[in-house]
Write a protein that binds this ligand. Structure first.
Ligand code: CA
Length: 228
């Protein structure tokens, strides 16, 4: 049974979410503030987390950052529930690594569709791992351990940056369009602009430095390619 953790302090929303998610066959747990949300996420390791942005004790952005930085929860998909559309830019993972967001008030149908899309993508990407280990001169990618090394030195990447690098490396030598990257790495076709991909690739390159970043080449007007 797929389990979903709701971290939200508004009781009405929690109740509505619980009711609808259970009806869809999900196993649901919930927390009403950031601190207990973190605790339950670490203990129960849910398959997906719905995370409110404004929370007592520890706010949603902080909770998201913490979960994405801990190895046990780094790959757990997180959908942020935000109140204002002005918060979206911040939320959409650029800074905090969330996988998706919905703006309140949201439609239950839309949210459930997004949950299903994200879960499908995670299952798919798990099954598609053909080579859990990539070794190139200067650059090593260990999919299983979720580790990247440049010249033997470990590089800290966000879950998204890692997923990007992994997907590009798995498709070495192929031109990958931005929208393809959005679709596979983010699992969203319309909600995020393609420039999101560029921002993430830029950060990924910076982190990998000259020696690691040289593998990712830009195809002007198209997207990116991993080249050896
Ligand atoms: Ca709230």
């Amino acid at each position: 049974m797929v389990s979903i953790l709701i971290i939200e302090d508004e009781k009405d929303i929690v109740e509505a979410l619980e009711y609808n998610l259970k009806k869809e066959g999900f196993k649901v747990s919930q927390a009403n503030d950031g601190r207990s949300g973190l605790k339950i996420a670490r203990e129960k390791l849910p398959d997906l987390i719905l995370l409110d942005l404004m929370l007592p004790q520890i706010d949603g952005t902080e909770v998201c950052k913490i979960l994405k930085s801990e190895s046990k929860t780094a790959t757990t998909p997180i959908i942020m529930l935000t109140a204002k559309s002005s918060e979206i830019d911040k939320v959409v993972g650029l800074e905090i690594g969330a996988d998706d967001y919905v703006t309140k008030p949201f439609s239950m149908r839309e949210l459930i569709a997004r949950i299903k899309a994200i879960l499908k993508r995670y299952v798919k990407s798990d099954q598609n791992i053909k080579k859990p280990y990539f070794k190139f001169p200067n650059l090593e990618i260990d999919i299983e351990k979720h580790e990247v090394k440049v010249d033997g030195k470990q590089i800290e990447l966000t879950a998204k940056e890692f997923a990007l690098l992994q997907y590009l490396a798995e498709n070495k030598g192929k031109a990958i369009s931005r929208s393809k990257l959005l679709d596979t790495v983010w699992g969203i076709e319309v909600a995020i602009e393609t420039r999101t991909v560029d921002v993430h690739v830029k950060r990924l390159r910076e982190k990998l430095g000259k020696k690691g970043g040289k593998y990712i080449s830009t195809l002007r007007g198209i997207g990116y390619k991993f080249v050896e």
